[in-house]
Design a protein around this ligand. Sequence first.
Ligand code: ADP
Ligand code: MG
Length: 385
Amino acid sequence: QGTQETLHLLDSMLEGAPIGFAFYDREYRYIRINQRLAQLHGIAVEDHIGKRLRDLLPPGSSMGVPDQVEALVQSVFDTEEAVPEKELVGVLPGSDETRTWQVSYFPVYSGGGLRWVGVIAREVTERKREEEAMRRSEKMAAAGRLAASIAHEINNPLESVTNLMYLLRQDPSLSAAGQEYASMAQAELARVGEITLQTLRFYRQSSYAVDVRMPDVMQSVLLLHNGRLKSPHVDVRQRLDEDSMLFGYAGELRQLFANLVGNAVDAMPTGGVLYLRARNMRRDGKAGVRVTVADTGMGMSDAVRRRIFEPFFTTKEATGTGLGLWVSEEILSKHRGTLLVRSRQSHFRGDRSGTVFSIFFPYDGVPRGPRIVQSAAQVLADHLA
Ligand code: ADP
Ligand code: MG
């Protein structure tokens, strides 16, 4: 009777929980499951009880989700140790999209021994997809910057060699065979020239700078990170002047702020406050817009801060590319923006930590009128989107 009462209590606790919850016995059968998780499976709560996941899902339908679940449950029964924050990937009946769940398994003791294994599950498909899209566009931007700078570097010596080859061909002391070779070399050089030109052209598709409203940019950036701002909870405090405008490249500004906001969120794994500010102001006699992205996250050490603009420098092992700020640097210089970073780490409990990125864009950073500049970044990202 005591057990029954406990179970009822549990049921009512789990009923409304905004997170998937279940208990398994040693045969991987569901002892209890809440509404949220049952919904995830697309099967009613009562149909779960006493059944295994593999009995509920049509065979071969789920990319081995039941196998993964059983292996995790078994490992908790074997080791009596929790498996925290693991990612499960698979499909569920009802749609064939690949989904990702973050799951934690833990031992449940009762009557003096390990009795069940519990699971907490939350769907993170959307967040995964957003992160993937971010990473892809960062990589594209980086590839663009690299290709364009190599093509640019090749162009200069190439021009000299082309001129020298021309002079060589005019040299009367050259034999007939020498003339022939020089002319072949010229033709090949022309080909190399064509390739570098095309690379530059491809990565710098003509595009126009436009008037960009900062509140709009931030709005679209927040939309992009929407999923990641909800859990853990990030409190977004915005103070964006309605008239804070900039003449610039909208797609690239969005990329720049998407990374700054993404980094801020990454720095607050247990939640925090994200501050977004934009206002018109003057700095060093120049009128422009100052945009600030600040977080109450973990901050960074001086050693890290010195290296954040290096390509491939990241402290985020699996999820980082280390390209975000490197790419941002180029976008900034294209707008003649300047950036200040301040960061502190708390060394004592109660100390405040966090990071502030503050950017100043002068209004005349990008000259009015059409220009042939648009990074690789945007062109490719738009192309692949
Ligand atoms: P990535 O985000 O892929 O790691 P970035 O170039 O965007 O690459 O950032 C490089 C590094 O700078 C991060 O890995 C992190 O160590 C540090 N960093 C950037 N922004 C912040 C921030 N707001 N708080 C703490 N560290 C940060
Ligand atoms: Mg980043």
